[in-house]
Design a protein around this ligand. Structure first.
Ligand SMILES: Cc1cc2nc3c(=O)[nH]c(=O)nc-3n(C[C@H](O)[C@H](O)[C@H](O)COP(=O)(O)OP(=O)(O)OC[C@H]3O[C@@H](n4cnc5c(N)ncnc54)[C@H](O)[C@@H]3O)c2cc1C
Length: 438
C-alpha cells in the first residue's frame, strides 16, 4: 500500500459510489463524487407519502443480505431494520391465489396435481443445489420446461421471467433463477421464522443519508446535478470533464452501467472491450405508484401471471409496512420492466395509467378509480442487467484497459441478482482493491 494520499473521482452517488467513497476517504484518499441527478441514492430514489419517505421503486432486503446489514451496523442503523412477515400471492386464471408456501401450492388449482409435484420437486432441487456451471449453460426457459414442465412454466415461471426481462426473457440463463431460489431458501431457513423481509424504518434512504453525512464529515466533495461527460488520460492520471470544467484525478471509479462507461470513456478504450461493454443489455424499470384510500388485496407481493397484463407485479407496500406510517394511505406499486423500444417507456404518464388502470380492475375487481388519492410514475434506465447463458464470460472486469479507470456496477453482480446488498459488497471490494494497489 502506498503512503501517498491518492485522489479518486467516483462517478455515481448510488450505493456503490457512496460506500466506496466512504471507504476510500477513511483510508485517507481525496475523493470527489459526481452524480448526474440532483440528489444521492441512485435506484434507491425516494418520494413522500403522508409525510413519510419511501422508495420510488419497492425495496426490501433478505436475511441473507449480510453485507448490507453489516454496513447498517457500522452506521448505527442495524436496529432500524425491521424483519417482518410478508404474504405472497399470484393472479392466475382470473383470480387471486396464495402463493409461496407448500399449503398454498396444494390449493393452487391452475396447476394440476402431477404438475404440482414436478413444480415442487424441481424447486426443491434448485434450493439445495449449489454449482453455477450446471445452470449457466442453459436458458431458464429450457431448464424449466425440461424439469418443472410446460404447465408450471406457462402458469408461474414464464410470466415471472417476462415480468423481469420483458422480450429478452427467453435468453435469460437458468443461473439467474437458480440463484434467486437458492438464496431465498437460505433466507427462509436462516431467519428460522419462515420468510421475513427486512425494511428500514423510515426508508432505505436513511442509510443513504447517513453515508452522505459521513462523506461530508470526511471532507468528500459531492457534486450533484453534475453528469460526467468524458474521462480521458491526461497528465499521468485521468481527467474528468463535467459542465463545471475538467478535474485531474489519480483514479476514477465508474459505478454506472457498461453502456454509460462506453459513452463517457469509449474513445480511449480498445474496440473489443467497447464491444463487450455494448453487448451487456439492461431492462428499464417503470413503476406506477398509487396512493389509495383503502387496501387493494391481502398480499404484499402479487405476481400477475396473465400474458395480457401491462404490469407484472402488484406490490402493496402497506401490506408489509403499516399504512399508519403513511398517513393511513395504501401504497401500491405496479411494476413493469421494459426495453427501450417499448411504447410505454417514453410515453406520457397518462398513457401509462390508460394502460394500467383497466387491468388493475381485472386483478382486483372491487377497485374503483375513486379510491385513488394520488398517483406517480417513476422510470429508471439500466435497472436490470439481462443475464444470458455463460454470462460469467461477459461480466465486465473491475480494472478497465485504461490505466487508473475502474468499474464497479450492477452488471458485475453474478450469479446473484442485483440488489443493495451486492452494491455494498461490490463497493467494499472496489475500495479494498484500490487501497491495496495504492
Ligand atoms: C424496480 C426496482 C426494484 C428494486 N428492488 C430492490 C429490493 O427490493 N431490494 C434491494 O436490495 N434492491 C432492489 N433494487 C436494486 C437496488 O436499488 C440496486 O441494486 C442498487 O441501488 C444499485 O446501486 P448502484 O449504486 O450500483 O447503482 P445505481 O443506483 O444505478 O447508481 C448509479 C448512479 O450513477 C449515476 N450516473 C450514471 N451515469 C452518470 C454519469 N455519466 N455521471 C454522473 N453520474 C452518473 C446515476 O444517476 C446513479 O445515481 C431494485 C431496483 C429496481 C429498479
Amino acid at each position: 500500500m502506498s503512503g501517498t494520499p491518492r485522489s479518486c473521482a467516483i462517478v455515481g452517488a448510488g450505493l456503490t459510489g457512496l460506500v466506496s467513497a466512504w471507504r476510500l476517504a477513511r483510508a485517507g484518499w481525496h475523493v470527489t463524487v459526481f452524480e448526474r441527478w440532483p440528489g444521492p441514492g441512485g435506484l434507491v430514489a425516494l418520494f413522500e407519502v403522508g409525510g413519510e419517505r419511501l422508495e420510488c421503486f419497492y425495496h426490501h432486503i433478505f436475511t441473507t443480505d449480510t453485507d448490507y446489514v453489516a454496513l447498517a451496523g457500522e452506521l448505527g442503523l442495524a436496529s432500524e431494520i425491521e424483519w417482518l412477515p410478508s404474504r405472497m400471492g399470484i393472479y392466475s386464471q382470473g383470480r387471486l391465489w396464495d402463493f409461496g408456501t407448500p399449503a398454498s401450492l396444494l390449493a393452487f388449482r391452475p396447476m394440476p396435481w402431477p404438475d404440482k409435484v414436478r413444480f415442487a420437486l424441481s424447486t426443491l432441487y434448485l434450493r439445495h443445489r449449489s454449482g453455477l456451471a450446471e445452470f449457466e449453460k442453459v436458458t431458464a426457459r429450457e431448464w424449466l420446461l425440461a424439469h418443472a414442465g410446460r404447465k408450471a412454466f406457462d402458469t408461474v415461471w414464464g410470466p415471472l421471467l417476462e415480468q423481469k426481462f420483458a422480450e429478452r426473457a427467453d435468453v435469460v440463463s437458468m443461473a439467474w433463477l437458480w440463484q434467486k431460489i437458492y438464496l431465498r431458501g437460505r433466507s427462509r431457513s436462516s431467519s428460522g421464522l419462515g420468510e421475513r423481509l427486512g425494511y428500514m424504518r423510515g426508508s432505505f434512504g436513511r442509510l443513504v443519508d447517513a453515508l452522505v453525512d459521513r462523506l461530508r464529515e470526511a471532507g468528500v466533495a459531492i457534486e450533484f446535478a453534475t453528469p460526467v461527460k468524458r474521462v480521458r488520460p491526461a497528465g499521468g492520471g485521468l481527467e474528468v470533464e463535467t459542465r463545471k470544467g475538467a478535474g485531474q484525478f489519480d483514479r476514477v471509479l465508474f459505478t454506472a452501467a457498461p453502456e454509460e462507461l462506453d459513452r463517457v470513456a469509449g474513445d480511449h478504450l480498445p474496440a473489443d472491450y467497447r464491444a463487450a461493454l455494448q453487448g451487456i443489455e439492461h431492462a428499464n424499470a417503470l413503476c406506477a405508484v398509487l396512493e389509495l384510500d383503502r387496501s387493494l388485496s391481502p398480499y404484499y407481493w402479487l405476481n400477475v401471471a396473465d400474458p395480457g397484463s401491462p404490469f407484472g407485479g402488484v406490490i402493496e407496500h402497506t401490506n408489509y409496512i403499516p399504512a399508519a406510517r403513511y398517513g393511513g394511505r395504501t401504497v401500491v406499486y405496479l411494476s413493469k420492466y421494459l426495453l427501450d423500444d417499448h411504447p410505454l417507456w417514453r410515453a406520457p404518464d397518462s398513457a401509462v395509467w390508460a394502460s394500467h388502470l383497466p387491468h388493475l380492475a381485472k386483478v382486483a375487481p372491487a377497485f374503483d378509480e375513486s379510491w385513488i388519492t394520488a398517483r406517480h410514475v417513476f422510470r429508471a434506465a439500466f435497472a436490470q442487467p439481462i443475464v444470458p447463458c455463460h454470462y460469467s464470460r461477459m461480466v465486465p472486469p473491475f480494472a478497465t484497459p485504461l490505466p487508473g479507470l475502474h468499474h464497479a456496477c450492477m452488471a458485475q453482480i453474478y450469479p446473484e441478482d442485483r440488489g443493495q446488498n451486492y452494491a455494498v459488497r461490490s463497493a467494499n471490494r472496489a475500495a479494498a482493491t484500490l487501497i491495496q494497489a495504492g
